[in-house]
Design a protein around this ligand. Structure first.
Ligand SMILES: O=C(O)C1=C[C@@H](O)[C@H](O)C=C1
Ligand SMILES: CC(=O)C(=O)O
Length: 343
């Protein structure tokens, strides 16, 4: 696959859907100048995706055991949305952006069902003309456990995803940013953001091997995602940063050491969004960690959350929305993973 390095990100678009991490159950108010492209609930039980009474996709993810920690991620867009369903996938689009969401029910193995669900979502994007997918999220229950055939569930998921990408040619030029993280139940929930004319630029980290080049020791098919995706919108654009962990090259660093893993994760993010690296990718404006917002911090062990919170509070802006989630990470020796969006 050729890596897009100096992609023409095309004209600056006037807007891109913005999100907010609201208290659970909050619903966007069109009167407040926005339309709800999709609502993702990080909550205490998983459910199949639905289209709400007001015509927005809703996906419930089992991401917390405490109802008090549940929150909703609301993707707000500028124009009225049209919604629909196709083969288990729900979607909404506003003429420029599309959000689609799906779920693969709990199963003994996941590759075939993941491939089918991904193909449904990729077909929706293609058929509606939103070919430029720039961000994917995947929430995989029992992510480190062996499936019924002894293959780690994450690797099983990666196999199905890769097969869907290969069958459609998706990702051959521009790979989206992504997150692939554990959950507390509900099989595999996923949601994607895609644009019609917004051509994302995929961003890689020179300190890390591109995940899609990982050697076979990490699974039969490599994970398929970029370290970040830049969307050229008005101003400096948005940088969607993938889930980022304590990996340099292709190896996990500081196994067992939560403090050092947190610092390496933050260093990786700072490197990806920094001016030097973005310039290398043809993007003139760099960012700092203090520019990151809508941060999700995934921590394997609950007892580590206080120290991770202490480190992240110092690293990010006091204005940043940050949520901490106690879930498994896609490699059994990883203790923490961080994602966010730089505006
Ligand atoms: O497989 C993924 O999409 C993925 C896994 C983790 O490395 C991280 O969450 C980023 C993406
Ligand atoms: C495993 C992980 O977080 C990565 O591949 O970036």
């Amino acid at each position: 696959m050729t890596q897009t390095r100096f992609a023409d990100s095309g004209p600056s678009l006037e807007y891109a859907p913005r999100t907010t991490l609201s208290d659970f159950g909050t619903v966007a108010d069109p009167a407040a100048g926005g339309y709800l492209l999709g609502q993702i609930n990080y909550t205490t039980a998983a459910a199949d995706p639905t289209v709400s009474g007001t015509g927005s996709p809703v996906l419930d993810l089992h991401m917390t055991a405490d109802p008090g920690d549940a929150f909703s991620e609301l993707w707000i867009t500028r124009d009225p949305v049209h919604s629909g369903t196709h083969d288990g996938v729900v979607f909404a689009h506003d003429g420029e952006y599309l959000l689609c969401a799906g779920r693969v029910p709990q199963a003994r193995t996941y590759a075939a069902a993941t491939e089918h669900a991904y193909l449904a979502a990729l077909n929706v994007m293609r058929d509606l003309g939103y070919r430029h997918c720039y961000r994917m999220w995947n929430f995989v229950n029992q992510i480190n456990a062996p499936n019924a055939e002894g293959l780690e569930t994450y690797r099983d998921f990666c196999l199905g995803r890769a097969n869907a990408f290969e069958k459609t040619g998706f990702g051959e030029d521009v790979m989206p940013a992504a997150t692939g993280i554990g959950s507390l139940g509900g099989g595999i929930g996923f949601y994607f953001l895609s644009g019609r004319s917004a051509r994302p630029t995929m961003i890689e980290n020179p300190e890390q091997m591109s995940a899609y080049h990982y050697p076979r020791r990490y699974g039969p098919k490599a994970p398929k995602f970029a370290r970040a995706a830049h969307l050229a919108t008005a101003g400096s654009g948005h940088v969607y940063v993938s889930g980022t962990a304590s990996i340099t090259g292709h190896k996990t660093r500081y196994a067992g050491d939560i403090v050092r893993q947190t610092h390496v994760s933050l260093q990786n993010i700072a490197r990806v969004i920094g001016a030097t690296n973005l310039w290398e990718h043809g993007i003139p404006d760099g960012h700092f960690l203090s520019n990151l917002d809508h941060v999700k911090v995934y921590v394997r062990h609950a007892e580590h959350i206080p120290v991770v919170r202490q480190i992240c509070t110092r690293a990010f802006s006091t204005a940043a929305e940050i949520r901490y989630l106690n879930v498994d990470i896609c490699r059994s020796d990883l203790l923490v993973e961080i994602e966010g969006i730089a505006y």
